[in-house]
Design a protein around this ligand. Structure first.
Ligand SMILES: [Zn+2]
Length: 391
């Protein structure tokens, strides 16, 4: 009898695993995976000032190629539970959809991966023609310091090596089959600080108003495009998110002005090149008249691209065969744990539709759970055909 992704998804949704709580979700996965022959590790990671978080790594098989399914069982809080048509952790089915927090992001996709793997193992006598792993964190929706970053390091120390990864984030804007993510833009935050000289507003010659300088610099940084986009990315974009002087007094020229900004950048830039470019442009606009500096915030969100090739083609073909639709290969949207995984192996993201994620009445059509399981199943069948994923 084939594994039932709907039943697995319901079991997972009934585990109230709001970050950082494990909620029983990883224990449930561990039980199913152990019974299927996986070697399962459950690791708790700690960091001063952050909550302890449990994570799971499970592997079956010892040879290559090695395909890892990544994801997270933690969910965002339900918000006002009374606003839900069906309780957020009850996993009720109505109007052809499974309701519950995490249905789309991303317990539904984890259930599909698990069902597809169980079916694949049943078909090959419990022994894959390579290795299959699950890399599941409980710290994706929070500050993500005790999750995938540390789990990947822990796995690497054990000598584990992956050939490819599929992360099950909900990637489809409208319907299953819309979109595979093959990369993500980088993200960088900074604060532009302009220093002036405080003084009486009636005696401007005795002061130096930093507002004048910061307006000039903001204008210069906003007006000139960072690039025109690339083969797989939209143009990079700098967006000011806050301009702050904090002066409550009407007769004082302030001594300092600050403006925060975020840059989403593509593969024309590295983080350091981009910082240098912004500082050159600010310096040109300042022209030696404005005293300024930029405080850059630490970032672990570098741009990356998994180049289209045999692996991306294999996944896209599976999506097309099951849904009848050709998925767009996209690098749009925010960051995800793929930004950490890409340091270990090529990674793509494909999961459910994302219209209801993080919302009240999060839900997924039950038909999509069956279809996504079929997609992951086809990927498994093809992936382990000898030579199939050799570039
Ligand atoms: Zn997610």
């Amino acid at each position: 009898m084939p594994a039932d992704p709907l039943a697995i998804a319901r079991d997972l949704i009934r585990c109230p695993s709001v970050t950082p709580a494990e909620g029983g979700a990883l224990a449930y996965l561990a039980g199913v995976l152990e019974r299927a022959g996986f070697t399962v590790h459950r690791e708790i990671f700690r960091e001063p000032g952050a909550d302890d978080v449990e994570n799971l790594y499970a592997r079956i098989g010892s040879g290559g190629p090695h395909l890892v399914f990544a994801g997270h069982t933690d969910v965002v809080p339900p918000g006002d539970e009374a606003a839900w048509t069906h309780p957020p952790f009850a996993a009720e089915i109505a109007d052809g959809a499974l309701f519950g927090r995490g249905a789309a992001d991303m317990k539904g996709a984890i259930a599909c991966k698990l069902a597809a793997v169980l079916d694949y193992l049943a078909a090959c006598g419990g022994k894959p023609k390579g290795s299959i792993s699950f890399l599941i964190t409980g710290d994706e929706e929070g500050i993500a310091v005790n999750g995938t970053i540390k789990l990947l390091k822990w796995v690497a120390v054990r000598g584990e090596k992956f050939d490819h990864c599929i992360l099950g984030e909900p990637t489809n804007p409208h319907a299953l089959g819309d979109m595979i993510k093959i990369g993500r833009r980088g993200s960088l935050n900074g604060t532009l600080v302009v220093t002036g000289t405080q003084g009486h507003v009636a005696y401007p010659a005795l002061a130096d108003n930093p507002v004048r300088g910061i307006v000039a610099l903001i204008g210069a940084l906003m007006v000139e495009p960072l690039d025109a986009g690339s083969a797989h990315f939209d143009p990079s974009n700098l967006e000011f998110t806050s301009v702050d002087v904090g002066n409550k007094t009407v007769n004082i020229i302030p001594g300092e002005a600050r403006a925060r900004f975020n840059i989403r950048y593509n593969d024309h830039h590295t983080r350091d090149d981009l910082k240098a470019l912004i500082e050159r442009r600010a310096a040109a606009a300042a022209g030696g008249r404005v005293r300024w500096h930029i405080a850059w915030e630490p970032s672990n969100s570098d741009v990356f691209l998994t180049k289209p090739g045999v692996f991306v083609d294999l996944v896209a073909a599976a999506v097309r065969e099951v849904t009848g639709r050709t998925p767009e290969l996209s690098t749009s949207g925010g960051t995800s744990d793929a930004r950490f995984i890409k340091n270990y192996c090529p990674v793509i993201e494909f999961g459910l539709a994302n219209q209801t994620m993080h919302k009240v009445d999060e839900r997924v059509p039950t038909a999509d759970l069956a279809a996504l399981t079929a997609i992951y199943g086809r990927i498994l069948e093809r992936y382990f055909v000898p030579g199939a994923v050799r570039e």
